[in-house]
Design a protein around this ligand. Sequence first.
Ligand code: M7G
Length: 331
Amino acid sequence: KSPTYDLTKFHLKRILSNNSKCKSITLLGTFPDISETDAAIVVFEKNAYRESDVATEVPADQDADSSPKPSYFSTDLQVRTDFINNIYASFQCVPTQELCTVKGTVIYPATEKHIEKYSICQKYIINETPDLYESITLPYITSSQFSLDWVYNILEHKQETERIVFEDKHPENGFVLLPDLKWDGRNVETLYLLGIVRKRDIKSLRDLNASHLPLLRNLRESAKQAILERYGLNPNQLRMYFHYQPSFYHLHVHINPIRNDAPGIWCEKSHMLDTVINNLELMNDYYQRASLPFVLYEGNKLLELYDKQLEVRQVVAQELSEADEAPEAFT
Ligand code: M7G
């Protein structure tokens, strides 16, 4: 059951991260009205620009009686001049209220694992062989992972049902397509959808084999078609990929337009759906035989386990001390 809270009653304890590139800030705190101890994570993120919001002329399809759509250039734009120098000018602008909306995301109650995920820290790459997966990663993810309740709520139509864009109910090859939590839902340029498979026994990329090809091909084609119909986006302009390691061990595909740098898109984490399909066409147990690199964060218990075996952190320390002793020509 989802707890109800009043966002205005949030009490800040600590800033977990402040990203000037994504224009987002992640906060740790509580809702003291409900509990003094349960942790809450609040993320505020400025929205990307919608191209329709910079219109300077009334669109032809707008009927004359309806109120005008908000625009940055409406008469209530407040402008303060910083400076004007020759052909260059700098201003601080406050647009009409509607365009100042900020996207808020709340995780409540948040676990230690959520706090770790949302905090900035050192990262390390592990090149995970199938043996390392079996002996270290798999036992860890089996004993400690985020709850998948939100995924099952979507599949069982208990939550977010009205947000579903497309659904294929086939028990083996079916999936649900819906907006990702990260999407503001307003701006097609920043579209971010998730394709969540119906089958519950595929934890991640590692579990995929050639028997899943019909599912993957169906997801690729049906999702493209549904996105074309709903949002008018060219299927050849979509990026479809898996994360490894994912945060949630129930197979899902991330989908967003290539022209936009989606939040949290990292090459070290992403495996294109097309490549995955092709690898499985070439070798049916590719993902049980491949070494797959992935990133671990400082503070994650899995890093401690890998560090014990592979001395992931120590290598860095050694390299630095070797650099200290480098010949003069290099210093
Ligand atoms: P991931 O690759 O497992 O982890 O992707 P990541 O967060 O490290 O990318 C899970 C995706 O599910 C992310 O893009 C999340 O934004 C999205 N997501 C997470 N939750 C809890 C929800 C939710 O409740 N609803 C929806 N629609 N998306 C979610």
